[in-house]
Design a protein around this ligand. Structure first.
Ligand SMILES: Cc1ncc(COP(=O)(O)O)c(C=O)c1O
Length: 313
C-alpha cells in the first residue's frame, strides 16, 4: 500500500496509483471489451465521518453472476467477501470526504482471445461524483429508434462493457435530436429501459415497471424502489409490460439507477408528462431514497455498508 491520495486503485492484488495500473493493448478487454463491472455509490456523512456504500453485497453478488454467465474463470481469491473487503479498504485509502462513485471490474487480462476464460483481473477505483443531471429538474425523453438488446443474443442481464454499445447508440441519437435521454423498447415493442437506468411510470395511483424479462438489467435501485413503494408508501407496484403509448398517458415517469439515482421525466416525444409538476409519487420516492442512502431513515438501514473514514477506525 502506498501513501494517501484520492487516486489509488486496486489492481492485480495491490493498491497502486491509477497511472501505474496498466493493461496490455493486446488483452481481450482492450481488443474486445471483455469485462463485467459494477457501478456503486458511496454517500458521505459529514457528521459521523462515515461513507455509506449503498447495496455493496448486492452489487458484488451481481458482478459475480455476470462473470458466471460469461464463464470467466475467476482467481479463487476473488470471492464475494474479498472483493467487498477491497472496496472498503480502497475507500479508506483514498480518504474521500464527499459522495463518490465506485467502479468494480473483472476483465480478461489475457493475450488477445475473446473466448478464453482466464486470467481474470480485478480492478476497483473510486472517484467523487455528484448527481448525474445537476442542472435538470426533469428529462426530455424520446423513444429511441434503437431496440434494447435481448436475452437471446446479447443479454442485458449480464452487466458487461459491450452492452453499452447499444446504450451509446441510443443516447447519442437522442442528444443529436435535442433530447436529454432515450427510452428503449424491446423486441416485443414494449418499454424496456433507458441506456443506463430502469424506468417506472405511475398510472392511477399505481407504480408500473417492466418485468425483468422485458430486456432490462436486473437493477438494484429498481428493487429498492419497489420495496420503498410497497413497504413505506403503501403504493401498489406492478411488474408488467408497458406499451409505448402508455408513456404518453402516464401521470408520472421516472428513471432509477445507481448513477442517475431517481430522475423525473418531463416529457416523452414532446408530450408533457401529465403530473410532471406536482409528481406526488416520484417526489415521495425521491425523498425516501435520499433519506435511506444518507442513513437518515429508520427504514432499510441494512442497505448501507458504513465505512468510518477516520484514521483510528
Ligand atoms: C442499462 C442499465 N439499466 C439499469 C441500470 C440501473 O441498475 P442499478 O440500479 O443496479 O444501478 C443501469 C445501471 O448501471 C444500467 O446500465
Amino acid at each position: 500500500m502506498k501513501g494517501k491520495n484520492k487516486d489509488m486503485v486496486f489492481f492485480r492484488g495491490d493498491f497502486v496509483p491509477s497511472a501505474e495500473a496498466n493493461i496490455s493493448i493486446l488483452s481481450a478487454v482492450a481488443q474486445y471489451g471483455m469485462n463485467v463491472f459494477e457501478g456503486l455509490r458511496g454517500y458521505y456523512n459529514h457528521d459521523s465521518l462515515t461513507m455509506n456504500v449503498f447495496q455493496l453485497p448486492e452489487h458484488i453478488s451481481r458482478l459475480l453472476c455476470s462473470a458466471r454467465m460469461l464463464k470467466f474463470k475467476l482467481d479463487p481469491a476473488h470471492t464475494q467477501a474479498y472483493i467487498e473487503q477491497k472496496v472498503k479498504e480502497l475507500i479508506k485509502l483514498n480518504a474521500h470526504t464527499e459522495d463518490i462513485y465506485i467502479r468494480v471490474c473483472l476483465f480478461l487480462d489475457n493475450f488477445w482471445g475473446w473466448s478464453s476464460q482466464d486470467p481474470v483481473g480485478l480492478i476497483i477505483n473510486t472517484f467523487p461524483k455528484d448527481r448525474a443531471f445537476t442542472d435538470l429538474k426533469g428529462l426530455k425523453c424520446c423513444v429511441s429508434s434503437w431496440r434494447r438488446i435481448n436475452d437471446s443474443s446479447f443479454p442485458p442481464r449480464i452487466k458487461a462493457g459491450p452492452n453499452y454499445l447499444n446504450s451509446r447508440l441510443s443516447l447519442l441519437e437522442a442528444k443529436q435530436n435535442g433530447y436529454d435521454y432515450p427510452i428503449l423498447l424491446n423486441d416485443r415493442s414494449t418499454v424496456a429501459e433507458g441506456p443506463g437506468a430502469c424506468l417506472f411510470i405511475v398510472r392511477n395511483g399505481s407504480l408500473i415497471t417492466p418485468p425483468v424479462y422485458a430486456s432490462v438489467l436486473e437493477s438494484i435501485t429498481r428493487n429498492a424502489v419497489i420495496d420503498v413503494a410497497r413497504s413505506i408508501l403503501k403504493v401498489p407496484v406492478m411488474e408488467r409490460e408497458i406499451d409505448r403509448t402508455e408513456l404518453y398517458l402516464a401521470d408520472e415517469i421516472f428513471f432509477v439507477g445507481t448513477a442517475i439515482e431517481i430522475m423525473p421525466v418531463e416529457s416523452v416525444d414532446g408530450i408533457q408528462v401529465k403530473d410532471f409538476r406536482p409528481r406526488p409519487i416520484t417526489r415521495e420516492i425521491l425523498k425516501h431514497y435520499f433519506k435511506i442512502v444518507r442513513s437518515e431513515s429508520e427504514h432499510f438501514a441494512r442497505w448501507n455498508t458504513p465505512i468510518k473514514m477516520t484514521q483510528e477506525a
